[in-house]
Design a protein around this ligand. Structure first.
Ligand SMILES: [Fe+2]
Length: 304
């Protein structure tokens, strides 16, 4: 058995097909992203000014493609790993190489910037001293603007096959999983607990993108910001078990989600994370409201 030593280091961006760009613009702007129209598509920038997502017009919501970045030194070896995995290559746009994963998702790998940080950002905790107010009035809360993309979660008809492929072909590593229900993988060059996650379903599909904010207070303020804009559905606020992040998921107009995420576990370059297989009741959340039925619905597996 060969051991893969070459891996992608970051998601460059994801591209989503949606039936209404104007609805998308309103949703993602309300979420705190900088939305710009260009060439008939939308580009989503976080506070770091990187384009993390492209929103393209389509008949139904679906992942158009997922783009990963790697270091120059790893590029040719990664291409060989993908070839050896038996993946079907696609023509693409001439930038990097393009292929289909076993679920049929279109994937791009190219040489590009490492947008995943090298180290965990430790939020300084500043307790309020006596005789001072801990918070100001509601209308003094600044707009929540996510710092960067953290991860994407995809539905998969075969979670363990997807993990095996991304390990072998793209050099990602298993972080943790719960049986064949959900699994999380990270990049080996210093990465959040998950860069990509897979959740069992009858078909492939895009479940959510997660965006990093500073702390649990920003997660809660983000949820309030979206509720004020009319986006009340979702799940949270709570704290995940696997990944340890505080979360709040807001349902988008097409039944998938955008997540505010804070303080996720971080796996440093060269560190072996003790990947575990956790029982379902120990994998999803420590605390938070009950999971709504629509949270695990794959709207792409049921045409309507
Ligand atoms: Fe997430």
């Amino acid at each position: 058995m060969s051991i893969t030593v070459h891996g992608v280091h970051s998601i460059d961006h994801y591209a989503l097909l949606v039936p209404s760009l104007s609805e998308a613009s309103r949703f993602f702007t309300s979420f705190g992203l900088d939305v710009r129209e260009t060439g008939g598509n939308l580009e989503l920038r976080a506070a770091d000014n990187h384009v993390w997502a492209k929103i393209l017009p389509g008949k139904r919501k679906a992942l158009a493609y997922l783009s990963f970045n790697c270091f120059d030194d790893d590029y040719l070896a990664l291409r060989r790993q993908v070839e050896a995995s038996g993946a079907r290559f696609e023509e693409g746009d001439g930038n990097g190489f393009w292929f289909r994963d076993p679920d049929g998702n279109l994937v791009q790998v190219k040489v590009g910037g490492k947008f995943m940080p090298d180290a965990k950002r430790l939020q300084p905790s500043t307790p309020t001293a006596a005789d001072h107010r801990g918070v100001g009035p509601r209308d003094s809360v600044p707009q929540i603007r996510p710092r960067r993309l953290s991860h994407v979660l995809l539905f998969s008809p075969d979670v363990l096959r997807a993990v095996a492929f991304y390990e072998r072909a793209l050099g990602l590593k298993l972080s943790d999983h719960s049986q064949d229900i959900i699994a999380f993988v990270h990049a080996r060059h210093g990465c959040d607990h998950h860069l990509v996650a897979f959740c069992k379903s009858s078909a492939k599909g895009f479940h959510h993108a997660a965006w990093e904010v500073d702390d649990v207070d920003q997660v809660g303020n983000g949820a309030a910001q979206m509720a004020a804009a009319g986006y009340n559905q979702g799940w949270g606020t709570g704290r995940h078990c696997l990944g340890s992040n505080y979360f709040h998921y807001v349902r988008d107009p097409w039944g998938s989600f955008c997540e505010y995420s804070a303080e996720m576990d971080f796996i440093s370059a060269g560190t072996e994370w003790p990947a575990g297989d956790f029982a379902p009741e120990n994998s999803l959340y420590l605390w938070g409201p009950e999971v709504p039925d629509y949270f695990t619905l794959n709207t792409e597996s049921d045409p309507h």
